[in-house]
Design a protein around this ligand. Structure first.
Ligand SMILES: Cc1cc2nc3c(=O)[nH]c(=O)nc-3n(C[C@H](O)[C@H](O)[C@H](O)COP(=O)(O)OP(=O)(O)OC[C@H]3O[C@@H](n4cnc5c(N)ncnc54)[C@H](O)[C@@H]3O)c2cc1C
Length: 295
């Protein structure tokens, strides 16, 4: 795929506003995320503090956002980014479906609210994965356990079940039915709360609050957002937030951040505003880069 000027990760208000602003500034962009926009938009029953749109339901606000994108001809590339790597002059983005290249990146992938499960980070890449689309092939004919934190993850579980021998699904949200799992017969759903992840005799083990132990070849932890320092190795963070300045510049030159990923307050209008600043900063960065290259 052709290298773009600005890659935007995330389709909540921060990413969408960044995409709109960058497009208005004639930049070649790639907006990567969920075509259904953000789950946090759809979940809000009523929003009272979005300028000009009082008492609007989250689903209606999402429709307004969608119409704005359509009007400007902005498309969403459906993928989940697992890692972003600096290649000197550009960034390589590793997606579940494909890899991409961009001169600058805007991180707008939301915040991880849940604390990591003990043992999760220690075993990341060694039996624990954050992306079923990216790593499903490793579990062909094997067993996998998935902790899913939102109904959106059910599609990932169904995909994993197409290659794995058996998938045990532990939904971490309230629901009576799991329509996204489809009709796969090799998915077993268990209502359990995770306590600890360990590795024993080459197998992954999940201990739960009921005292049960689940053994499998791999454990997937699927949350709505990806921890930023997993997304960009070495990125400056404070707690679960990316450290950035008022221009939304992060500690990695050429990478900007916007929205919940930069920390509280967690608000739609703050996310959209930061998306606007991040896009303008990315544009300025591209101008300076071009000027320096010509000097
Ligand atoms: C129930 C509820 C009600 C709320 N009510 C209000 C309210 O009334 N007023 C208000 O101001 N705020 C409210 N909020 C807060 C608001 O939802 C957030 O502040 C806002 O959505 C943040 O926008 P964002 O773009 O930063 O992130 P998000 O909206 O979280 O969007 C992030 C996007 O990035 C995608 N993504 C994550 N990781 C990756 C990856 N690795 N690759 C590709 N895509 C990825 C996600 O799928 C998602 O689409 C509410 C939140 C909830 C949950």
């Amino acid at each position: 795929m052709e290298r773009v000027e600005i890659a935007i990760i995330g389709t909540g208000p921060a990413g969408l506003e960044a995409a709109i602003t960058a497009t208005l500034r004639n930049k070649k962009i790639l907006l990567i995320g969920d075509p259904d926009l953000s789950g946090k938009l759809r979940k809000a029953h009523r929003i009272d503090n979005y300028l000009g749109l009082p008492e609007i339901a989250g689903s209606d606000l999402a429709e307004q956002f969608r119409a704005h994108l359509d009007k400007m001809g902005i498309e969403i590339l459906q993928d989940r980014i697992g890692g972003i790597y600096s290649m000197g002059d550009y960034f390589a983005l590793q997606g579940g479906k494909d890899n991409y290249e961009a001169e600058t990146v805007i991180l707008a992938s939301g915040v991880v609210m849940e604390k990591p499960i003990p043992g999760e980070q220690e075993n990341l890449g060694r039996g624990v994965s954050y992306c079923a689309t990216c790593d499903a092939a490793l579990y062909r004919g094997k067993t996998a356990l998935v902790l899913g934190y939102s109904p959106e993850e059910e599609a990932e579980v169904a995909f994993l079940a197409e290659v794995a021998e058996k998938v045990t699904y532990l939904p971490q949200y309230r629901a009576e039915e799991y329509p996204g799992l489809g009709d796969a017969t090799n998915i077993v759903v268990e209502k359990e709360t995770p306590l600890e992840i360990l590795k024993a005799d080459g197998e992954m083990v999940l201990k739960t609050s009921t005292g049960s132990e689940y053994h499998s070849n791999g454990i997937f932890v699927l949350r709505e957002a990806t921890p930023p320092d997993q997304l960009v190795p070495g990125l400056g963070t404070e707690g679960n937030a990316v450290v950035c300045d008022r221009q939304m510049r992060t500690s990695v030159e050429g990478i900007f951040a916007a929205g919940d990923i930069t920390g509280a307050p967690y608000q739609y209008i703050k996310a959209a505003g930061e998306g606007n600043i991040a896009a303008l900063s990315a544009v300025n960065y591209l101008v300076a880069k071009k000027r320096n290259a010509g000097a």
